[in-house]
Design a protein around this ligand. Structure first.
Ligand SMILES: [Zn+2]
Length: 74
């Protein structure tokens, strides 16, 4: 099963277990793509692609957990 990369128009191979909403990476151009449809296969850019910087925000959550720990001791 293959789809077409909307960016470079190369074929992107999908896993047999691929389902709508899964993310795949085009090996030709390295673009991360979301499977928006399987019959026929359609690939598109994930909607949150614009906010790549926000991916790093989750690391801040670790610090919050530490503060919670010492607050519980009181
Ligand atoms: Zn591509």
């Amino acid at each position: 099963m293959t789809g077409m990369c909307p960016f470079c128009k190369e074929a992107v191979e999908l896993k047999k277990t691929a389902k709508e909403g899964d993310l795949v990476v085009c090996k030709a151009c390295g673009t991360e793509l979301e499977i928006v449809s399987l019959k026929p296969v359609e690939l598109d850019w994930p909607l949150d692609d614009y906010d790549e910087d926000e991916d790093y925000d989750y690391e801040d959550d670790d610090y919050d957990d530490d503060y919670d720990d010492w607050e519980d001791d009181d």
